[in-house]
Design a protein around this ligand. Sequence first.
Ligand SMILES: *[C@@H]1O[C@H](CO)[C@@H](O)[C@H](O)[C@H]1NC(C)=O
Ligand SMILES: *[C@@H]1O[C@H](CO)[C@@H](O)[C@H](O)[C@H]1NC(C)=O
Ligand SMILES: *[C@@H]1O[C@H](CO)[C@@H](O)[C@H](O)[C@H]1NC(C)=O
Ligand SMILES: *[C@@H]1O[C@H](CO)[C@@H](O)[C@H](O)[C@H]1NC(C)=O
Length: 736
Amino acid sequence: MHVKQQGSLFLLLLLLAVTSQGASADADSDANVVAATENWNDKVKVFTVATEPTDGYARYLRSTRVYDIEVTTLGLGEEWMGGDMQHPGGGFKLNLLRKAITPFKNDPETIILFTDSYDVVFTATLEEIVEKFKESGAKLLLSAEKFCWPDKSLANDYPEVEERGSRFLNSGAFIGYAPQVYGLLEDPIEDTADDQLYFTKAFLDPTKRAKLGMKLDTQSRLFQNLHGAKNDVKLKVDLETNQGVLQNVDFMTTPAIIHGNGLSKVDLNAYGNYLAKTFNGQCLVCQEYRLDLDDNDLPVITLAVIASTPVPFYDQFLEGVESLNYPKKKLHLLMYSGVPLHDDDTREFVNKYGEKYASAKFTLSTDELDERQGRQLALDKARLQHSDYIFFLDADAHIDDGEVLRELLRLNKQFAAPLFTKHHELWSNFWGALSEGGYYARSHDYVDIVKRDLIGIFNVPHVTSIYLVKHSAFDAINFQHKEFDPDMAMCESLRNAGIFMYITNQRYFGHLINTDNFNSSVTRPDFHTLFTNRYDWAQKYIHPNYSAQLNESYVIPQPCPDVYWFQIVTDAFCDDLVAIMEAHNTWSDGSNTDARLEGGYEAVPTRDIHMKQVGLEPLYLKFLQLFVRPLQEKVFTGYFHNPPRSLMNFMVRYRPDEQPSLRPHHDSSTYTINIAMNRAGIDYEGGGCRFLRYNCSVTETKKGWMLMHPGRLTHFHEGLLVTKGTRYIMISFIDP
Ligand SMILES: *[C@@H]1O[C@H](CO)[C@@H](O)[C@H](O)[C@H]1NC(C)=O
Ligand SMILES: *[C@@H]1O[C@H](CO)[C@@H](O)[C@H](O)[C@H]1NC(C)=O
Ligand SMILES: *[C@@H]1O[C@H](CO)[C@@H](O)[C@H](O)[C@H]1NC(C)=O
Ligand SMILES: *[C@@H]1O[C@H](CO)[C@@H](O)[C@H](O)[C@H]1NC(C)=O
């Protein structure tokens, strides 16, 4: 589903001062004095139609505000009479418009500009728009596109055009003097009829075309229809003037009104992230939507925790859930476990913390709901609970900052998600673009967003793993699709409903864990994932005080001369590794004959299992390199061997009735490490390590702590007698 992509660098192109603007200002510098003080909104009446305040409509309005364009919205709150959203019959909008412009119908001074709204963005001022209109020589200028629609058979009736360009009329935007616009709308049209066909017929009537002075904007001087024009346009952002524009590189024009007609809505969504002054090196649009949260009146949220596949570090994931800074009484918790691996932790989490929540429920793999049903159940619950939002949280999304939920609420969107990525990878929880079939495609800005070289809020076509959805979008969500998984189905349904999926990377809130090659059927599966999830592995298995010991001013304890003592691993490390060894249960017999060794002979045998035997040798060598070597370099200065070599990494088991001690010996190592795997005085009695030359013993060994000492000559040592219980230690002979 997620695809790693490489090397796409989104360049913010710096345009030099827009020269055409300067030139035209000079041309009529006398009139300029007046023009500058003129209110363009008096001369140009801008109309649009929107029956619902969709996200697209909000984007449209924002762009009009940015360019000081006053717009009259027709039909807001009215029932749409022109067919469904997918196949709108635009007669309704023409009837609304005709009525609205009637007062101006005899006024040749007034210019009428009409655009659709849900899929339109302004990228210029009215002054620039009027200038382009006047340059066209038309009295009524309509936008043009590359496809003849809805009646293809009319293609041959179109007049020959001298200049190369888009030949066919699109009804999404037009501009004209009031009498001509009124003239265009003179004939009656049914609400459900097709507005584009209506305009096309008018245009194809030579008499009418001439009478109304109709022209098509074939080279996108003013209007850019995006459908079929993907390769014609290029996004440019001028950081100096904070002007995000689309340039039509085919005609070298800079259209002022961008229309995501037909199938190009997703393209407009992508460009829309940059159009109309959203960035000037910083994210301007980020400041516009911040909602103040009232702590006494926080929304009620259904928290849907989804574990549909086996993932490593589910325990840490659940800590992230618990760390959410939000009153639990405002949260309805629903946990879905679709796999046996996560059933126990899921049940325990609800049993332990459930009481704090407004309500808490779980379903386990034994309930046999598939992921789709699990997600649907959560959504149904959210409706029943009258939740203001549903917050979906998948088990691969680890929250590292508990503010995440509040921050998403502050964005005040119907759909908002934080950017989550795998550590040091380009893999993330969103797609920047879609392929034809609706699958992943690269976008120009993907890498910059993931790496946070570009910070902001982005409208994207696909989001997974962690997202907040407002109740107004609940009904749009559909998890069912014949080919798509539930994530893709949901995103498609939201796109089709015109609900924008926003992702924010303004802050770091958490990360994705890597489920690649995760084998959940091994003993203690998390332990095996150092190579795929180094960050989370270290969180779980490396002692919290590890790093502090690398501080120059930190004094490493020496219980005996040149025997150093470090805090290196957690209890989880010890418990998991002992469990792995005990499950494997291939302890050697403690005799001198040892087939695992090259010579087949062991002079000082122990009861042990080698890391090689349990398939963890490469992992353990990595552990030595990453975590043991830096400590060694600190205490045995000037000795650098990277990576450390070690042929013998093994766990030793001492028991009174088996092998309780080990006679004095040297190790075949430059230095030896010895990590205590369980607790002296609790899990066993006796035991320890005695260095004979110094007559010095370490008996109070501590679980998770490591002894490090030279292997030979000075550090002749023995394993002291274990009198009760079982003692486990993990030994490596490093650089033999
Ligand atoms: C997962 O582990 C089991 C048990 O050790 C093993 O039999 C199986 O081959 C492993 N699967 C993969 C894909 O490595
Ligand atoms: C880490 O070190 C501090 C100070 O030495 C100690 O108080 C604390 O208990 C240690 N943490 C753990 C988990 O052992
Ligand atoms: C190292 O320890 C000293 C003294 O405890 C402390 O002031 C300093 O911040 C530490 N340095 C780092 C990098 O942690
Ligand atoms: C070694 O140490 C033990 C206890 O610390 C002491 O009883 C014993 O006499 C010492 N042996 C020698 C040879 O110093």
